[in-house]
Design a protein around this ligand. Sequence first.
Ligand code: ATP
Ligand code: MG
Length: 351
Amino acid sequence: MSEFNPEGSGAPPEPAPTVVRRAPPFRVITVTSNKGGVGKSTIAANLAVYARALREDLPVVVMSFDDQFLPERMFRLGGNPPGPTVVDVMRDGDFGSGIRLGQFGVGYVPSSLDVGEYKRELTSPFKLRRILERSGWEGLVIIDTKSDLEILTQNAIAASDLAVIVVADSVSLAEAEKVYALLDAWGRPHEHSRILLSLVDLRVKYREGEHRDVLALLISEIRRRGYPLLETFISRSPKIESLYTNPEGRARSVLHAARESLVQRQLKHLADDLLRTLDRLPALPDLPSEATLPQPAAHEGPAEPAPLETPAPRPAELRRSDEIPLEERHLLSVDELLGTDDRIDTPDFRQ
Ligand SMILES: Nc1ncnc2c1ncn2[C@@H]1O[C@H](COP(=O)(O)OP(=O)(O)OP(=O)(O)O)[C@@H](O)[C@H]1O
Ligand SMILES: [Mg+2]
């Protein structure tokens, strides 16, 4: 757990001149988007697998407020015996009681069909953070949310050191603005968030005279809004779909069942990037007093996408697309990609 020790290892730190909030011995990543089907559950569950693989000593627990049960299908050992769920953890305030040991050494707190009903009881967005702080648990919690910004999702975002906001298109990017409205209302610096581009299809190109491609368009808009963007992105991959349909009804992990795929390498980069980011992140600021909070307008459904502005002009020196193999192009960072003429003329998508 030294990675999450804010004082680091080695020589004793200088006495701090001002009072600095110490990071608790756990860190939380929440994967969120108000838009459905952008890959949240896939990313959250697979991130847990990679985090365990990259840091073998790091306890990792996936908690899911999504009642589609993907983490359970990936991590459960044998059947699914009855026991506490996320709703019980939230009601009773006992995080440790909900953790079950799962496949690959990943712990999980099962979701529940009662999450919808429980939402009506919950009024504070900060309950989960307080439960985690009281628990004394050490390690990494990865939270999968439903595609809404209602009170349980707000609890997940408020509990997180890093909110990973998944963006796949202009609608989900417009929705990201609502997450930033919440963070702003809580006085939470934007460094505690990252935009992650998902379901990126580099084959999608616009005609000459319009924006060149979906990636350039989204990145330009994300930069214009000043949102922190992860350098790694997740490609659209037919391989992912195939991991969820099998006679056993299990969800297979990308690391174990799609070893040779591009998404495998992208997820590994992503997990590594996020773990390093968590190492560097300061502790969360104190939770604000709820009495003083403005009520953010976060309960509406997806908004009409805001018109995207013209992307910044591409660098004059473009690498020719045929100089870069397709596989390599999917592993470039978003910056590197924008410096390439990444047209793909073949529909071949070898994964
Ligand atoms: N990178 C990917 N490439 C192709 N298909 C993907 C990818 N990621 C997820 N999918 C597919 O998209 C669908 C939605 O994925 P997932 O359940 O992870 O999204 P979600 O955002 O959690 O959805 P929801 O909002 O319903 O909770 C699934 O059928 C999944 O197989
Ligand atoms: Mg989901």
